[in-house]
Design a protein around this ligand. Structure first.
Ligand code: CA
Length: 331
């Protein structure tokens, strides 16, 4: 009888262990990359009404072709940073009648109840054909979006600090507490310019920033009274950052924020605060071969998310890239 009871106890213990194991598997499943139904790149996220809206580029795979094949931008949303709802394609290059190709990095910002989406696209017109910035607007974060100007906001010919025709890509918008809006942008040379209150016209001269070993992918965010300007450096790209007490600088170089992202020459960060926590959103080429869309790579990128942590002096702890990502839903 005693042996019988012991067997039951041991059996129950084993069932318990199995249940714990299954629970752990469910909770701690790998979440990076966060989307495995389509390739996603160049993340730009905002928080609106307790929801994260994550806008991404869209790497397409075409057999026999290499290089970036990007025609539209996608949207995903989440209320807990773990479960992501796809909204599909929200805008394409074809929606900008003046543009020809390349739906490169974009940026979303809300102002006065409208949602402005700034894009990098190729424009074969103007005095100096090359990559330009367009802007689309919508009344809600999921669209529908329309080309609000019918022309480029910024064209390659407006800057000439570097000779490449993609030196005006990667717009990143920031609105000061007093309402002044600025667009940071650039490849090879970092630049910024004030925007008019209507958000669709430049207001004044384009200024140049001197950032160590700058490549591209500027992102400006503010925490307490510190401004942080993060950017991709070198190639393959690592993410570095500078800090300032003013949006106009002077900027102090602090150091490395994120190492080379697995299997991708490029990187592109988005930084948000959601429900009191901070996040670093980026892309890698680390999609595994057993995913529904196949293996990742330089032109088949996928978005991942990690916590962003601050030191007590306001500097940032280097990002720890993981395959787990955010595993516990944020309530
Ligand atoms: Ca230019």
């Amino acid at each position: 009888m005693r042996m019988f009871i012991s067997t039951i106890v041991v059996g129950a213990f084993q069932v318990c262990l199995l249940a714990i194991g299954m629970f752990y598997t469910l909770v701690a499943q790998s979440k990076n990359p966060i989307i495995d139904s389509v390739f996603t790149a160049d993340p730009a996220a905002i928080v609106h009404k307790d929801t994260v809206y994550l806008y991404t580029g869209h790497d397409e795979q075409v057999p026999g072709k290499t290089g970036f094949i990007m025609k539209d931008w996608l949207l995903f949303s989440s209320k807990d940073m773990v479960n992501w709802k796809p909204h599909g394609s929200i805008l394409s290059v074809a929606d900008f009648k003046w543009a020809q190709h390349s739906a490169w990095a974009a940026h979303m910002i809300e102002r006065d109840g409208k949602f402005y989406f700034y894009t990098s696209v190729y424009y074969n017109g103007g005095e100096n054909p090359g990559f330009a910035v367009g802007v689309a607007v919508a009344d809600n974060p999921a669209g529908p979006f329309r080309d609000v100007r019918g022309s480029a906001l910024l064209t390659n010919g407006m800057t000439n600090q570097s000779s490449n025709n993609w030196d005006d890509i990667d717009p990143a918008i920031f609105i000061e507490e007093n309402g002044d809006a600025y667009m940071f942008f650039g490849n090879s040379v970092a630049k910024y310019v004030k925007l008019k209150d209507n958000m669709i016209e430049l207001d004044g001269e384009i200024k140049v920033l001197d950032l160590p070993n700058f490549t591209e992918a500027l992102w400006l965010h503010k925490k307490k009274d510190n401004y942080y300007l993060t950017y991709a450096s070198g190639l393959p790209e690592t993410i570095h950052y500078v800090m300032s007490k003013s949006i106009h600088g002077p900027w102090q170089y602090i150091g490395l924020l994120n190492e080379v992202a697995g299997n991708s020459n490029t990187n592109h960060q988005s930084i948000i605060e959601f429900k009191g926590r901070d996040y670093f959103i980026y892309h890698t080429g680390a999609m595994q071969h057993n995913s529904p869309i196949g293996i990742g790579g330089e032109f088949r990128r996928s978005v991942s998310i990690e916590p962003l942590l601050y030191n007590s002096d306001g500097t940032l702890k280097p990002i720890k890239m993981t395959t787990e990502g955010i595993t516990v839903p944020i309530k």
